[in-house]
Design a protein around this ligand. Structure first.
Ligand SMILES: NC(=O)C1=CN([C@@H]2O[C@H](COP(=O)(O)OP(=O)(O)OC[C@H]3O[C@@H](n4cnc5c(N)ncnc54)[C@H](O)[C@@H]3O)[C@@H](O)[C@H]2O)C=CC1
Ligand SMILES: O=C([O-])CC(=O)C(=O)O
Length: 356
């Protein structure tokens, strides 16, 4: 479904709030530059896809929103297109329409794939989601290799390496443009810490590093803004609460999926920051899982990154870790390393296909 197209002029500026969506943004309320920006959302009819599509329709820095899924996306786009915001919505169904969805995209956001059920780890999703991500990334590499790619699909610790290897095999890998979305961990950390410590939620910032599964999720509570102190017991309890938050939602949903609304909120924040960076807005930082050399043992790692006109402009260092965080980092590295390697091997050394 192609709806009428209208793009903002290349230098049109918008003032006031950064986004109509209630997204915490770290930029001031002065006028911001707005370019024509196409965002493609793959897996748009799903639990994350639908609310994320709504938030992207409300985003002041997107001009076109191309929704893709293997089913049920035409209705989502028809529904969304009635919202009176200027973002033009289009819908694409099935692999034969994927190329048209991706053509000209500046940002591709991928929540396509299956979610956890109670009792599963994120790694249990690997067998289903690895192939889905690989196929979608092959299409991205073919149709919009210049786009920034944001992968939500779990297990993120493995799907991002799969994407990197897939793009490398096509000769179009740019590490600045491949991002694993871990912003939900930061959103959760900010919420939980501000509530426990009585801080203003909008000013609270807790960096979360490592990866996006179990112990690889490491909040740096010692670097909380505004500065806050934790007893050893509080630090341990808060770290575990942030690490287990996804599982808490999976269990509460009791077989009906995992976090969708909070994930959509967190991904919309990440997308907004990415678009601001692409538009040349300075000082846009987010935590994200990217190719990184900040920790020698692993080729991908989540930390603060500076977003710029070409995606990730700079991977920031970790700052000073306290003794608890240093020990937690050392003990999670074997898991993170193995999950990254599993993703790399899926593309580099695929298991032989069973003969027919
Ligand atoms: N990075 C993170 O922090 C988080 C990641 N997730 C992950 O996001 C993924 C999606 O979760 P939900 O939206 O809740 O699942 P869902 O099952 O509600 O939606 C997934 C959508 O993907 C579509 N899909 C399946 N195969 C596809 C393909 N080959 N091409 C395009 N679309 C395809 C489905 O049709 C469906 O509409 C899961 O892997 C989940 O674990 C979920 C929460 C947080
Ligand atoms: O827990 C899950 O399976 C979904 C997820 O990644 C999260 O909520 O952090």
């Amino acid at each position: 479904m192609m709806l009428a197209q209208r793009k903002l002029g290349a230098t049109q500026r918008v003032g006031g709030r950064v986004s109509a969506a209630p997204i915490v943004s770290r930029v001031s309320r002065r006028s911001l530059r707005c370019e024509a920006r196409k965002v493609a959302l793959l897996g748009a009819a799903g639990g994350i896809g639908q609310p994320l599509a709504l938030l992207l329709k409300m985003n002041k820095f997107a001009t076109e929103l191309a929704l893709y899924d293997i089913a049920n996306v035409v209705g989502v786009a028809a529904d969304l297109s009635h919202c009176n915001t200027p973002v033009e919505v289009t819908a694409y169904t099935g692999p034969e329409e994927l190329g048209a969805c991706l053509k000209g995209a500046d940002l591709v956001v991928i929540p396509a794939g299956v979610p956890r059920k109670p009792g599963m780890t994120r790694d249990d999703l690997f067998n289903t989601n690895a192939g889905i991500v690989q196929a979608l990334i092959q299409a991205v590499g073919k149709h919009c290799p210049q786009a920034v790619i944001e992968i939500i699909t779990n297990p993120v610790n493995s799907t991002v390496p799969i994407a990197a290897e897939t793009l490398k095999s096509m000769g179009v890998y740019d590490p600045k443009k491949l991002i694993g979305v871990t912003s939900l961990d930061i959103v959760r950390a900010n919420t939980f810490v501000s509530k426990e410590k009585g801080l203003d939620m909008k000013d609270t910032d807790v960096p979360v590093i490592g990866g996006h599964a179990g112990a690889t999720i490491l909040p740096l509570l010692s670097q909380t803004t505004p500065p806050t102190s934790f007893t050893d017991a509080e630090k341990k309890a808060m770290t575990e609460k942030i690490q287990n938050a996804g599982t808490v939602v999976v269990e509460a949903k009791a077989g009906k999926g995992s976090a969708t609304l909070s994930m959509a909120y967190a991904a919309a924040r990440m997308a907004e920051s990415t678009l601001l960076g692409l538009n040349g807005e300075p000082n846009i930082y987010e935590c994200a899982f990217v190719q990184s050399d900040v920790v020698a043992e692993v080729p991908f790692f989540a930390s603060k990154v500076l977003l710029g006109p070409h995606g990730v402009a700079k991977v920031m260092g970790l700052g000073e870790l306290d003794a608890f965080e240093q020990a937690a980092l050392a003990s999670m590295l074997p898991q993170l390393k193995a999950e990254i390697q599993k993703g790399l091997d899926f593309v580099k050394n695929p298991p032989p296909k069973p003969s027919a």
